[in-house]
Design a protein around this ligand. Structure first.
Ligand code: GLA
Length: 394
Protein backbone atom coordinates (compact mmCIF):
# COMPACT_ATOMS: atom_id res chain seq x y z
CA UNK A 1 0.00 0.00 0.00
CA UNK A 2 2.86 2.32 0.85
CA UNK A 3 4.59 1.48 -2.41
CA UNK A 4 1.44 2.14 -4.39
CA UNK A 5 1.06 5.54 -2.80
CA UNK A 6 4.68 6.42 -3.55
CA UNK A 7 4.20 5.35 -7.14
CA UNK A 8 1.06 7.40 -7.52
CA UNK A 9 2.70 10.52 -6.12
CA UNK A 10 5.83 10.03 -8.20
CA UNK A 11 3.79 9.70 -11.38
CA UNK A 12 1.68 12.72 -10.54
CA UNK A 13 4.86 14.74 -9.90
CA UNK A 14 6.28 13.71 -13.28
CA UNK A 15 3.08 14.64 -15.07
CA UNK A 16 2.82 17.97 -13.34
CA UNK A 17 6.43 19.11 -13.40
CA UNK A 18 7.95 17.09 -16.28
CA UNK A 19 10.78 15.74 -14.16
CA UNK A 20 11.62 13.06 -11.65
CA UNK A 21 11.17 14.19 -8.04
CA UNK A 22 14.44 14.51 -6.13
CA UNK A 23 12.99 13.26 -2.83
CA UNK A 24 10.06 11.31 -1.46
CA UNK A 25 8.77 11.74 2.09
CA UNK A 26 6.15 9.87 4.08
CA UNK A 27 4.31 11.32 7.06
CA UNK A 28 1.84 9.15 9.00
CA UNK A 29 -1.54 9.73 10.60
CA UNK A 30 -2.02 8.73 14.21
CA UNK A 31 -4.22 6.84 16.61
CA UNK A 32 -4.51 7.50 20.32
CA UNK A 33 -4.99 4.63 22.74
CA UNK A 34 -6.11 6.91 25.58
CA UNK A 35 -5.66 10.49 26.82
CA UNK A 36 -8.13 12.61 24.88
CA UNK A 37 -8.44 16.37 25.20
CA UNK A 38 -5.72 16.44 27.81
CA UNK A 39 -2.75 17.39 25.63
CA UNK A 40 -3.69 21.07 25.94
CA UNK A 41 -4.38 20.53 29.64
CA UNK A 42 -0.85 19.51 30.63
CA UNK A 43 -1.81 15.84 30.80
CA UNK A 44 -0.35 12.67 29.33
CA UNK A 45 -1.38 11.02 26.08
CA UNK A 46 -0.69 7.60 24.53
CA UNK A 47 -0.73 7.98 20.73
CA UNK A 48 1.05 6.10 17.95
CA UNK A 49 1.74 6.71 14.27
CA UNK A 50 -0.09 4.36 11.88
CA UNK A 51 0.48 2.82 8.48
CA UNK A 52 -1.54 5.46 6.67
CA UNK A 53 0.46 8.25 5.14
CA UNK A 54 0.64 11.53 3.37
CA UNK A 55 3.29 11.11 0.69
CA UNK A 56 5.23 14.04 -0.79
CA UNK A 57 7.35 14.13 -3.95
CA UNK A 58 9.63 17.15 -3.79
CA UNK A 59 12.27 18.97 -5.86
CA UNK A 60 13.98 22.31 -5.38
CA UNK A 61 13.39 25.15 -7.81
CA UNK A 62 15.24 28.34 -8.64
CA UNK A 63 14.15 31.95 -8.04
CA UNK A 64 11.92 31.14 -5.08
CA UNK A 65 9.23 29.61 -7.24
CA UNK A 66 6.88 27.35 -5.21
CA UNK A 67 4.28 25.05 -6.75
CA UNK A 68 2.02 22.75 -4.74
CA UNK A 69 -0.12 20.06 -6.31
CA UNK A 70 -2.76 18.21 -4.28
CA UNK A 71 -3.18 15.04 -6.32
CA UNK A 72 -6.30 13.85 -4.45
CA UNK A 73 -8.14 17.11 -5.06
CA UNK A 74 -6.51 17.85 -8.41
CA UNK A 75 -5.85 21.38 -7.19
CA UNK A 76 -2.73 23.49 -7.52
CA UNK A 77 -1.37 26.52 -5.78
CA UNK A 78 1.63 28.61 -6.80
CA UNK A 79 3.43 31.48 -5.13
CA UNK A 80 6.90 32.89 -4.62
CA UNK A 81 8.94 32.31 -1.49
CA UNK A 82 9.54 36.05 -1.27
CA UNK A 83 5.82 36.89 -1.32
CA UNK A 84 4.12 37.98 1.86
CA UNK A 85 2.68 34.77 3.31
CA UNK A 86 -0.91 34.94 4.55
CA UNK A 87 -3.72 32.39 5.01
CA UNK A 88 -5.72 31.71 1.85
CA UNK A 89 -9.15 30.31 1.11
CA UNK A 90 -8.05 26.82 0.01
CA UNK A 91 -7.73 25.19 3.41
CA UNK A 92 -5.19 22.52 2.39
CA UNK A 93 -2.81 25.25 1.22
CA UNK A 94 -2.78 26.77 4.71
CA UNK A 95 -1.12 23.67 6.18
CA UNK A 96 1.87 24.43 3.94
CA UNK A 97 1.80 28.20 4.21
CA UNK A 98 1.47 28.06 8.00
CA UNK A 99 4.63 25.96 8.28
CA UNK A 100 6.50 28.08 5.77
CA UNK A 101 5.56 31.24 7.62
CA UNK A 102 7.06 29.83 10.83
CA UNK A 103 10.29 28.91 9.06
CA UNK A 104 10.60 32.31 7.40
CA UNK A 105 9.94 34.00 10.75
CA UNK A 106 12.85 32.08 12.22
CA UNK A 107 15.03 33.48 9.42
CA UNK A 108 15.86 30.23 7.62
CA UNK A 109 17.33 30.54 4.13
CA UNK A 110 15.45 28.32 1.68
CA UNK A 111 14.88 27.92 -2.02
CA UNK A 112 11.63 27.32 -3.84
CA UNK A 113 10.13 23.87 -4.38
CA UNK A 114 7.77 21.79 -6.46
CA UNK A 115 5.61 19.40 -4.48
CA UNK A 116 3.01 16.85 -5.40
CA UNK A 117 1.30 15.00 -2.56
CA UNK A 118 -1.40 12.44 -1.93
CA UNK A 119 -2.77 10.79 1.19
CA UNK A 120 -4.08 7.49 2.46
CA UNK A 121 -4.96 9.14 5.78
CA UNK A 122 -8.68 9.81 5.43
CA UNK A 123 -9.55 13.47 5.97
CA UNK A 124 -11.81 14.61 8.79
CA UNK A 125 -11.81 11.11 10.28
CA UNK A 126 -9.87 12.01 13.43
CA UNK A 127 -6.62 10.44 12.18
CA UNK A 128 -4.73 13.72 11.96
CA UNK A 129 -4.31 14.11 8.25
CA UNK A 130 -3.54 17.79 8.80
CA UNK A 131 -0.72 17.12 11.27
CA UNK A 132 0.69 14.59 8.81
CA UNK A 133 0.79 17.26 6.10
CA UNK A 134 2.30 19.93 8.37
CA UNK A 135 4.96 17.64 9.77
CA UNK A 136 5.79 15.97 6.47
CA UNK A 137 6.28 19.34 4.83
CA UNK A 138 8.37 20.71 7.72
CA UNK A 139 10.44 17.53 7.74
CA UNK A 140 10.99 17.77 3.97
CA UNK A 141 12.15 21.38 4.03
CA UNK A 142 14.39 20.62 7.01
CA UNK A 143 16.10 17.79 5.08
CA UNK A 144 16.35 19.50 1.72
CA UNK A 145 17.59 22.87 2.97
CA UNK A 146 19.57 21.59 5.97
CA UNK A 147 17.73 23.76 8.47
CA UNK A 148 19.02 21.87 11.49
CA UNK A 149 15.60 21.49 13.11
CA UNK A 150 15.01 18.79 15.71
CA UNK A 151 12.00 16.49 15.55
CA UNK A 152 10.49 18.44 18.41
CA UNK A 153 10.96 21.71 16.48
CA UNK A 154 9.13 20.19 13.51
CA UNK A 155 6.21 19.10 15.69
CA UNK A 156 5.97 22.48 17.41
CA UNK A 157 6.14 24.34 14.10
CA UNK A 158 3.31 22.15 12.77
CA UNK A 159 1.20 22.94 15.83
CA UNK A 160 1.89 26.68 15.48
CA UNK A 161 0.86 26.49 11.83
CA UNK A 162 -2.43 24.93 12.88
CA UNK A 163 -3.05 27.69 15.45
CA UNK A 164 -2.20 30.56 13.16
CA UNK A 165 -3.11 29.58 9.60
CA UNK A 166 -5.84 26.98 10.21
CA UNK A 167 -7.43 28.53 13.30
CA UNK A 168 -7.60 25.37 15.42
CA UNK A 169 -6.12 25.84 18.85
CA UNK A 170 -4.89 22.24 19.02
CA UNK A 171 -2.56 20.58 21.48
CA UNK A 172 0.73 18.91 20.54
CA UNK A 173 -0.35 15.25 20.42
CA UNK A 174 -1.01 14.85 16.70
CA UNK A 175 2.13 16.50 15.42
CA UNK A 176 4.25 14.78 18.05
CA UNK A 177 2.88 11.36 17.20
CA UNK A 178 3.34 11.88 13.48
CA UNK A 179 7.00 12.87 13.85
CA UNK A 180 8.06 10.62 16.76
CA UNK A 181 6.15 7.49 15.78
CA UNK A 182 8.04 4.20 16.22
CA UNK A 183 7.09 0.89 14.66
CA UNK A 184 5.10 -1.30 17.06
CA UNK A 185 5.34 1.23 19.89
CA UNK A 186 2.98 3.71 21.49
CA UNK A 187 4.35 6.98 22.83
CA UNK A 188 3.64 8.04 26.37
CA UNK A 189 3.97 11.79 26.05
CA UNK A 190 4.04 14.24 28.91
CA UNK A 191 2.41 17.23 27.28
CA UNK A 192 3.71 19.57 29.94
CA UNK A 193 7.43 18.86 29.52
CA UNK A 194 7.36 17.05 26.14
CA UNK A 195 9.30 14.19 27.72
CA UNK A 196 8.31 10.90 26.18
CA UNK A 197 8.88 7.19 26.39
CA UNK A 198 7.99 4.33 24.11
CA UNK A 199 5.95 1.34 25.25
CA UNK A 200 5.41 -1.84 23.26
CA UNK A 201 2.15 -1.76 21.32
CA UNK A 202 1.65 -5.47 21.70
CA UNK A 203 -1.91 -6.33 22.61
CA UNK A 204 -1.34 -10.11 22.27
CA UNK A 205 -4.65 -11.72 21.27
CA UNK A 206 -6.26 -8.37 20.52
CA UNK A 207 -6.10 -6.15 17.47
CA UNK A 208 -6.70 -2.43 17.08
CA UNK A 209 -9.68 -1.69 14.92
CA UNK A 210 -10.97 1.72 13.90
CA UNK A 211 -14.59 2.16 12.91
CA UNK A 212 -15.13 5.31 10.87
CA UNK A 213 -18.54 6.86 11.47
CA UNK A 214 -18.05 8.91 8.28
CA UNK A 215 -19.37 11.87 10.21
CA UNK A 216 -16.87 14.50 9.06
CA UNK A 217 -15.75 17.40 11.14
CA UNK A 218 -13.37 20.28 11.05
CA UNK A 219 -12.23 21.54 14.40
CA UNK A 220 -12.52 25.08 13.15
CA UNK A 221 -16.27 24.83 13.65
CA UNK A 222 -16.64 21.71 15.79
CA UNK A 223 -16.61 23.18 19.30
CA UNK A 224 -12.97 22.20 19.87
CA UNK A 225 -11.86 25.78 20.52
CA UNK A 226 -14.88 26.29 22.83
CA UNK A 227 -13.73 23.38 24.98
CA UNK A 228 -10.32 24.96 25.30
CA UNK A 229 -11.87 28.20 26.47
CA UNK A 230 -14.10 26.42 28.97
CA UNK A 231 -11.27 24.55 30.65
CA UNK A 232 -9.12 27.66 30.69
CA UNK A 233 -11.87 29.45 32.60
CA UNK A 234 -12.23 26.45 34.88
CA UNK A 235 -8.54 26.31 35.68
CA UNK A 236 -8.49 30.03 36.49
CA UNK A 237 -11.32 29.54 39.01
CA UNK A 238 -9.63 26.47 40.49
CA UNK A 239 -6.37 28.38 40.88
CA UNK A 240 -8.15 31.05 42.88
CA UNK A 241 -9.22 28.38 45.33
CA UNK A 242 -5.98 26.45 45.32
CA UNK A 243 -3.13 28.92 44.89
CA UNK A 244 -0.54 26.12 44.81
CA UNK A 245 -2.09 24.65 41.66
CA UNK A 246 -0.31 25.37 38.39
CA UNK A 247 -1.91 22.91 35.99
CA UNK A 248 -4.74 20.37 35.95
CA UNK A 249 -2.17 17.81 36.89
CA UNK A 250 -1.92 19.25 40.37
CA UNK A 251 -5.62 18.70 41.03
CA UNK A 252 -7.65 15.72 42.16
CA UNK A 253 -11.31 14.91 41.70
CA UNK A 254 -12.27 15.90 45.24
CA UNK A 255 -10.73 19.34 44.87
CA UNK A 256 -12.64 19.95 41.65
CA UNK A 257 -15.89 18.77 43.20
CA UNK A 258 -15.42 21.01 46.24
CA UNK A 259 -15.57 24.03 43.90
CA UNK A 260 -18.49 22.73 41.85
CA UNK A 261 -20.81 25.62 42.62
CA UNK A 262 -18.35 28.30 41.65
CA UNK A 263 -17.44 26.47 38.45
CA UNK A 264 -21.03 26.01 37.34
CA UNK A 265 -22.35 22.73 35.98
CA UNK A 266 -20.83 22.81 32.49
CA UNK A 267 -17.33 23.91 33.43
CA UNK A 268 -17.38 21.58 36.42
CA UNK A 269 -18.05 18.60 34.18
CA UNK A 270 -15.31 19.66 31.74
CA UNK A 271 -12.76 19.97 34.55
CA UNK A 272 -13.83 16.71 36.16
CA UNK A 273 -13.27 14.91 32.88
CA UNK A 274 -9.79 16.39 32.49
CA UNK A 275 -8.62 15.42 35.97
CA UNK A 276 -9.98 11.89 35.60
CA UNK A 277 -8.56 11.44 32.11
CA UNK A 278 -5.05 12.47 33.17
CA UNK A 279 -5.15 9.76 35.84
CA UNK A 280 -6.63 7.21 33.41
CA UNK A 281 -3.64 7.52 31.08
CA UNK A 282 -1.25 6.68 33.91
CA UNK A 283 -3.42 3.71 34.86
CA UNK A 284 -3.56 2.63 31.22
CA UNK A 285 0.22 2.69 30.85
CA UNK A 286 0.50 0.51 33.96
CA UNK A 287 -2.12 -1.88 32.55
CA UNK A 288 -0.28 -2.06 29.23
CA UNK A 289 2.98 -2.85 31.00
CA UNK A 290 1.21 -5.57 33.03
CA UNK A 291 -0.45 -6.85 29.85
CA UNK A 292 -3.75 -6.39 31.63
CA UNK A 293 -5.77 -5.68 28.51
CA UNK A 294 -9.10 -6.10 30.24
CA UNK A 295 -8.18 -3.24 32.55
CA UNK A 296 -6.94 -1.17 29.60
CA UNK A 297 -10.23 -1.78 27.81
CA UNK A 298 -12.27 -0.76 30.85
CA UNK A 299 -10.37 2.51 30.99
CA UNK A 300 -11.14 3.11 27.31
CA UNK A 301 -14.87 2.70 27.94
CA UNK A 302 -14.64 5.10 30.89
CA UNK A 303 -12.87 7.62 28.70
CA UNK A 304 -15.62 7.33 26.16
CA UNK A 305 -18.34 7.91 28.70
CA UNK A 306 -16.50 10.94 30.04
CA UNK A 307 -15.98 12.38 26.56
CA UNK A 308 -19.61 11.77 25.68
CA UNK A 309 -21.35 12.92 28.85
CA UNK A 310 -19.03 15.34 30.62
CA UNK A 311 -16.77 16.77 27.94
CA UNK A 312 -19.54 16.48 25.35
CA UNK A 313 -17.40 16.01 22.26
CA UNK A 314 -18.89 12.77 20.93
CA UNK A 315 -21.89 12.55 18.64
CA UNK A 316 -24.87 10.23 18.27
CA UNK A 317 -23.26 8.08 15.58
CA UNK A 318 -20.04 7.49 17.51
CA UNK A 319 -21.98 6.72 20.69
CA UNK A 320 -23.92 4.18 18.64
CA UNK A 321 -20.70 2.53 17.45
CA UNK A 322 -19.35 2.25 20.99
CA UNK A 323 -22.65 0.95 22.35
CA UNK A 324 -22.83 -1.59 19.52
CA UNK A 325 -19.70 -3.34 20.82
CA UNK A 326 -20.04 -2.73 24.56
CA UNK A 327 -21.60 -6.10 25.31
CA UNK A 328 -19.71 -8.07 22.70
CA UNK A 329 -17.44 -10.55 24.48
CA UNK A 330 -14.83 -10.18 21.74
CA UNK A 331 -14.39 -6.46 22.34
CA UNK A 332 -12.62 -5.40 25.52
CA UNK A 333 -12.40 -1.66 24.92
CA UNK A 334 -13.93 1.00 22.73
CA UNK A 335 -14.15 4.77 22.65
CA UNK A 336 -14.30 7.77 20.38
CA UNK A 337 -10.84 8.85 19.30
CA UNK A 338 -9.29 12.24 18.60
CA UNK A 339 -10.96 15.61 18.82
CA UNK A 340 -14.43 14.10 18.38
CA UNK A 341 -17.67 15.44 16.88
CA UNK A 342 -17.41 12.59 14.38
CA UNK A 343 -14.49 10.56 13.09
CA UNK A 344 -13.60 7.09 14.35
CA UNK A 345 -13.99 4.87 17.35
CA UNK A 346 -10.94 2.86 18.42
CA UNK A 347 -11.58 -0.72 19.53
CA UNK A 348 -9.57 -3.53 21.06
CA UNK A 349 -10.96 -6.67 19.47
CA UNK A 350 -10.07 -10.40 19.67
CA UNK A 351 -8.03 -10.98 16.53
CA UNK A 352 -10.15 -13.82 15.17
CA UNK A 353 -13.36 -11.87 15.71
CA UNK A 354 -12.41 -8.72 13.79
CA UNK A 355 -14.02 -9.56 10.45
CA UNK A 356 -17.23 -10.82 11.99
CA UNK A 357 -17.49 -7.71 14.10
CA UNK A 358 -17.01 -5.40 11.13
CA UNK A 359 -19.78 -7.25 9.31
CA UNK A 360 -22.22 -7.08 12.21
CA UNK A 361 -21.65 -3.44 13.15
CA UNK A 362 -21.66 -2.31 9.51
CA UNK A 363 -25.09 -3.86 9.07
CA UNK A 364 -26.49 -2.29 12.23
CA UNK A 365 -24.99 1.09 11.42
CA UNK A 366 -26.38 1.02 7.89
CA UNK A 367 -29.82 0.14 9.19
CA UNK A 368 -29.78 2.92 11.74
CA UNK A 369 -28.14 5.80 9.84
CA UNK A 370 -28.02 4.61 6.24
CA UNK A 371 -24.26 5.23 6.28
CA UNK A 372 -21.74 2.70 4.97
CA UNK A 373 -19.29 2.17 7.79
CA UNK A 374 -15.58 2.06 7.04
CA UNK A 375 -13.24 -0.07 9.09
CA UNK A 376 -9.47 0.28 9.32
CA UNK A 377 -7.26 -2.51 10.65
CA UNK A 378 -4.36 -0.24 11.48
CA UNK A 379 -0.75 -1.12 12.28
CA UNK A 380 1.51 0.96 14.46
CA UNK A 381 4.22 2.43 12.25
CA UNK A 382 7.28 4.64 12.03
CA UNK A 383 7.02 8.44 12.14
CA UNK A 384 7.72 10.97 9.39
CA UNK A 385 10.59 9.83 7.22
CA UNK A 386 12.38 10.20 3.92
CA UNK A 387 11.49 7.36 1.58
CA UNK A 388 14.39 7.53 -0.86
CA UNK A 389 17.21 9.99 -0.98
CA UNK A 390 17.80 9.97 -4.72
CA UNK A 391 14.69 8.86 -6.45
CA UNK A 392 15.54 7.11 -9.69
CA UNK A 393 12.17 5.90 -10.91
CA UNK A 394 10.16 3.17 -9.26
C1 GLA B 1 -7.30 16.91 18.08
C2 GLA B 1 -6.16 17.87 18.43
C3 GLA B 1 -5.21 17.27 19.46
C4 GLA B 1 -5.98 16.73 20.67
C5 GLA B 1 -7.16 15.86 20.22
C6 GLA B 1 -8.01 15.43 21.36
O1 GLA B 1 -6.81 15.80 17.42
O2 GLA B 1 -5.43 18.22 17.28
O3 GLA B 1 -4.26 18.23 19.87
O4 GLA B 1 -6.41 17.76 21.50
O5 GLA B 1 -7.97 16.50 19.26
O6 GLA B 1 -7.33 14.62 22.24
Amino acid sequence: MKKKLVQLVTTSFKEKFNAEPAHIFLSPGRINIIGEHVDYNDGFVLPAAINKYVCFAVSETENGECNLYAKDLDESYSFNLNDDIKPVEQMWVNFFLGVLYQLKERGFAMKGFNISFSSTVPMGAGLSSSAAVECGFGYALNKIFNLGLTKQDIALIGQKAEHTFVGVNCGIMDQFASVFGKKNHVIKLDCNTLEYEYHKADFKDYALLLLDSKVKHTHLTSGYNDRRNEVEKGLAILKEHYPEVKTFRDLNEEQVTAVKEQLGDVIYRRCLFVVREIQRVLDAVAALEDQDFVKLGELMYKTHDGLSKNYEVSCEEIDFLVDAVRNDENVIGSRMMGGGFGGCSINLVKKEAVDGLIERVSKEYKEKYNITLKAYKVKVAKGTTIYKEQHAGI
